[in-house]
Design a protein around this ligand. Sequence first.
Ligand SMILES: [Zn+2]
Length: 283
Amino acid sequence: MGLKVVNGLKLKNLLALNILNLFLYGEFCPHTWAVHFPLASGKRQSPIDIPSGRGEAVNFSSGLAWTYDSDACDRITNTGHGWKLLVSGNGELWGGPLPSKFKLEQIHAHWGCTENEGSEHTVDGVAYPGEIHLVHWDSEKYSSFAEAANADGGLAVLGVFITVGDQAHDEIQKIVDALELIPNKDMTENLAKTVDPLKLLPESKAFWNYEGSLTTPPCLETVNWIVFKTPLTVSKEQISAFRALRAYAPEEDKPGDDEFGGQVVQNFRPPMPLCGRVVRDCC
Ligand SMILES: [Zn+2]
């Protein structure tokens, strides 16, 4: 997940967050996050390597369900470490492992410099080329996203793996078309064509579920993860377009010593130790 949650953080960490924002996956790589954000070395961190076939089979009393306005996402922003769809319409997620109704906050993605890596979660040690995150918060128990992000189980994130195939994905193309409008960090534009969150979900509802964290600093351990088993297929050109985003603002100089040439070439955190956590298998 790529989130900036500031509630409950000390000033020192806030400053670190600003510094890290530009180089999150370069100079200050994920292995160093714990220097400023101790939770990053906690026992409930995400992502994880999912042990397929060795999860705890679970049948929840009600199935996982969702409803999204087809035009829910109408704006897009360059966060400096990727694109993020902003949500104006209604989106709700409930059932399955969730105790209450969760509201869609934003959607973003992670990818790698080659198609051999890029997803945050891996399955039996194997990475996908990318992963989309649909971030929701418990709007029954909490009054804001920031409050929920700091509360145990306050967030629920749907993870959708991205795989590369011959066909371009129509909904992803709406995002790709908008990227040239937001080349630099902090740029935000209206989408010419609104994005339907439903169309970013795979056909099969089978998923893995476990308790984890945000995958970017401050790495708060408040996320109920739901990772779909079936990937979404996009074209090679589409995922390549993601890598052209720039990690610096228009008024900033292109970073001279950045190994990625100032571009968001990769933005994933590698798997973290499971530390005895249960991974539920819900088919
Ligand atoms: Zn994410």
